[in-house]
Design a protein around this ligand. Structure first.
Ligand SMILES: Nc1ncnc2c1ncn2[C@@H]1O[C@H](COP(=O)(O)OP(=O)(O)OP(=O)(O)O)[C@@H](O)[C@H]1O
Length: 409
């Protein structure tokens, strides 16, 4: 450049030479500037796209694409659904543990192939359910839909389910009262979110100990809350001719008349709380005194009215509990299992009852199945509520039972 300038200054370069050098230089500089501007514009565009995606997410629009896993990814994660990865088998299909390539552990639910629901509807439901986020709910991370395969991918919850501890004679000793009380609080928060705090009203319809998973710190996470939606099981009304749920946890009006509502979930919650307190399964609970045989709910009512509620407490819980807390939980459970759904508290009231010891609890009315149970005993139908089997409706059912099949009257 110095030579070039000196040459011009000394007048040694011809006009043609100057043009031949300067013009290409200017062209190159202009091209560099244009490319720089383009690059800047491009990065701005990318940034805006990213921003819009985040914004979309916050406004409630999640793309189906972002939730979709391809079958190959699932196969790799589960080592082709290897037996050693199998976590268990539920009414909807088999569940496997998987590890994604980024190290995230997932639970993969391979749904039975008989669902009648269409692919688009299935995807829509997954998008809706994946939006539900609460620390006491098992998070649905995505799905896979390829050929006949319908797969749901959940966050992996490491400590198995509540029934695994609660109903095992040795393991239930690992759950002290403090933990059980925390678990009751967490389940309450989870159902409150499903019923009232999310943008949807979700009635679980199958609340039970095996659907409560425990995380690394033994905090409860409700599982399977979206299954009914995902399967599109006759969900639109408050009455159904088909019943899904598990005997023993189902409210009388739901089991007998097919009427489900948030109050039928409240009933199941009440049964679950009683199980957590006594460490025994509702379905196998039998307490005989004289000629009467009580199930868990009727026994809880009996000890309550006798003024000895602590008789219900799991004997593996030694002295390390506050009797007012236990009594209060039994009281709340009895309010939840009352015969008339209108008498049962809603979840926000239950939340206040569980968290505040100054909240005045009303006097409970007799529980559902209390009178029913007495009638059944007289008529030799006692085993009716003792089966723990799950009932599913729809084409994927294992026990497709209609109301008339169940009506004990
Ligand atoms: N997200 C998860 N993380 C870890 N384990 C899970 C997860 N989801 C399910 N499991 C385990 O997989 C097994 C089967 O679960 P699934 O929910 O399909 O059936 P279930 O609750 O046992 O029965 P049902 O279908 O009658 O409700 C259970 O042992 C459960 O603990």
């Amino acid at each position: 450049m110095v030579i070039f300038c000196t040459s011009i200054g000394s007048g040694r370069l011809s006009r043609g030479t100057i043009v031949a050098i300067v013009v290409p230089t200017i062209v190159v500089v202009v091209i560099i500037i244009i490319l720089g501007l383009l690059a800047r514009r491009l990065s701005l565009l990318c940034w805006r796209k990213k921003y819009q995606e985040i914004d979309f997410d916050q406004s409630g629009i999640t793309t189906v694409h972002s939730l979709q896993f391809d079958f190959k990814t699932i196969e790799v994660a589960t080592d082709k659904f290897a037996r050693y990865n199998k976590l268990g088998q539920g009414g909807f299909g088999e569940v496997y543990k998987g590890t994604l390539t980024n190290g995230t552990e997932v639970a993969v639910k391979r749904l039975s192939k008989t669902s009648s629901q269409g692919a688009q509807e299935f995807k829509n439901e997954v998008v809706v359910v994946a939006k539900l986020q609460h620390r006491n709910l098992v998070r649905l991370l995505g799905f896979c839909l390829e050929g006949e395969e319908k797969i749901l991918v959940y966050e992996f919850v490491p400590n198995k389910s509540l029934d695994y501890f609660l109903f095992d004679p040795t393991k239930r000793g690992q759950l002290d009262w403090k933990q059980r009380y925390t678990i009751i609080g967490g389940i309450t928060r989870g159902i409150l979110y499903l019923h009232q705090d999310s943008r949807l009203t979700i009635i679980h319809r199958d609340l039970k100990a095996s659907n409560i998973l425990l995380d690394a710190d033994m905090n409860p996470k409700i599982a399977d809350f979206g299954m009914a939606r995902i399967f599109g099981m006759d969900q639109s009304g408050a009455n159904t001719s088909r019943i899904v749920g598990t005997y023993g946890y189902m409210s009388p009006e739901y089991m007998i008349h097919g009427q489900f509502s948030m109050k039928s979930d409240v009933y199941s919650f009440g049964v679950l709380v009683l199980e957590i307190i006594c460490g025994r399964k509702n379905s196998s609970f039998q307490q005989t005194s004289g000629t009467t045989v009580d199930n868990l709910v009727t026994y809880a009512w009996k000890v309550w009215t006798d003024g000895s509620p602590l008789d219900l407490l799991d004997p593996t819980i030694s002295d390390n509990y506050q009797s007012e807390e236990v009594t209060r939980c039994i009281h709340i459970a009895l309010l939840c299992v009352q015969e008339d759904p209108a008498d049962r508290p809603n979840l926000s009231t239950i939340m206040s009852m569980v968290t505040s010891n100054t909240f005045i609890l009303p006097v409970p009315q007799p529980p559902g199945f209390f009178l029913q149970n007495r009638r059944n005993q007289e008529r030799g139908l006692d085993g009716l509520e003792s089966s723990q089997s799950t009932i599913r409706s729809g084409s994927q059912s294992i026990n497709d039972v209609t109301i008339t099949d169940l009506d004990p009257r």
